[in-house]
Design a protein around this ligand. Structure first.
Ligand code: NAD
Ligand code: ZN
Length: 359
């Protein structure tokens, strides 16, 4: 029952630390075909950061639009095949962007060495061989994808991560300057993912002193950022949010997420809602499970003038609600943590449908 988790091998943190990337990559470049594959959020196509990326002759750089959908198995497979067929296996992969880009970088690093479609490996410890070197540079903070041992992909059948020790980044660069440009709504939703990770990690069977220590510190930072005297998107809070995201991710690694994430997966898989926004949509209605957390979340919404839509379920068909309930129900580890080992006696498809109908 004891979790034995791998952490990121190396982390550099601080304003301007993006500049360390060139030197960090130098020894990596000696592997395989000596080129680096950079996967960068499309947002940076015409931003000054683009010219600071240490791209050398022979390297590949791909700008990816993460907004139409969350990363898919098909997207990973076709990018992998295209690079393999044209240039072979890179020396390393660098992901520069949010949770979506972190997951794409992690997944493709594994898929360069594991044959077939990534759909074969959605689940725990299904990956057969270590992937190639991968480095993550978050540019929006909150999901904890920079530290987690999963690369969440949506496939034809399921939304589920490639989860194993080799998924974890070899190196992460945490430069708070990079998140300054995040628009306020995304800053709020993605930051709330950290907050919800901590509330769910704390409120469940698997909570322990180790996960609690991370959650406690991460929650303190979230409260400073979103509720404190200097709340808001200021540099001091960007410094804190990067650390809160990392610690929130570590907290749930050693504990688990719960009801909100189960419901959120349904919203993403069936309706295509983005993870952090979907969490916010669900969390506001979960006062039965997380009373004080939901109350505090509503204070944060008010403080930042964020309005979440109400009555969404009026426009959902019973078929959609049932499909979402099945997605959520099929995440037993989350219910087990949140409700207890006897969760099936308390939570049915109908219970979950009723939760969706609150939205
Ligand atoms: P994202 O990567 O989906 O990006 C959100 C938006 O922010 C995009 O429009 C992007 O262009 C923009 N953006 C990113 N950086 C910016 C910057 N510096 N300035 C301006 N705009 C910027 O965002 P996310 O919320 O971090 O990630 C969501 C994804 O993370 C989902 O696919 C979800 O499944 C995944 N996720 C993974 C894990 C994990 O452990 N692997 C955990 C939670 C969520
Ligand atoms: Zn999350």
């Amino acid at each position: 029952m004891h979790k034995n988790f791998k952490n990121i091998e190396k982390v550099v943190y601080g304003r301007g630390s993006f500049e360390t990337m060139d030197a960090i990559l130098e020894p990596v470049r000696k592997e395989n075909n000596h080129f680096i594959l950079f996967i960068v959020d499309n947002y940076f196509t015409d931003k000054p950061l683009k010219d600071r990326i240490p791209v050398k002759e022979g390297d590949e750089i791909r700008f990816i639009d993460v907004d139409p959908s969350e990363p898919t198995t098909e997207q990973i497979d076709s990018l992998r095949d295209e690079i393999l067929n044209s240039k072979g296996i890179p020396a390393g992969v660098v992901g520069i962007g949010g949770g979506s880009i972190m997951d794409i970088a992690k997944a493709i690093s594994l898929m360069f060495t594991n044959e077939g479609s990534s759909t074969l490996y959605q689940g725990l410890n299904l990956i057969k061989k270590p992937g190639i070197y991968h480095l993550g540079v978050p540019t929006i903070s909150g999901t904890g994808a920079e530290v987690s041992m999963t690369a969440v992909l949506t496939g034809p059948e399921k939304k589920l991560g490639l989860k194993c020790d080799w998924t974890v980044f070899n190196q992460v660069i945490l430069d708070p300057e990079l998140i300054a440009s995040v628009p306020t709504d995304k800053w709020f939703y993605t930051g709330m993912d950290t907050y919800i990770h901590c509330i769910e990690s704390e409120n469940g069977m698997l909570n322990n002193a180790f996960s609690h220590a991370y959650a406690e510190q991460s929650l303190k930072l979230c409260r400073d950022i979103y509720l404190g005297d200097h709340a808001g998107q200021i540099p001091e809070n960007d410094d804190k949010l990067m650390v809160a995201s990392l610690m929130g991710g570590l907290s749930l690694t050693y504990s688990e997420v719960g009801v909100c994430h189960a419901l959120s997966y349904g919203l993403s898989k069936i309706l295509g809602e983005k993870h952090c926004y979907a969490n916010c949509i669900a969390f506001q209605h979960l006062e039965d499970y997380y009373t004080s957390g939901v109350a505090e979340f509503k204070t944060m919404l008010q403080k930042h003038n964020v309005t979440l839509p109400q009555g969404l379920s009026n426009n959902w068909t019973d078929e959609q609600i049932t499909a979402m309930a099945h997605v959520a129900y099929n995440l037993p580890h989350m219910w087990n943590h949140a409700i207890g080992a006897d969760w099936k006696e308390k939570i049915t498809i109908d219970t979950i449908k009723a939760l969706y109908k609150r939205m």
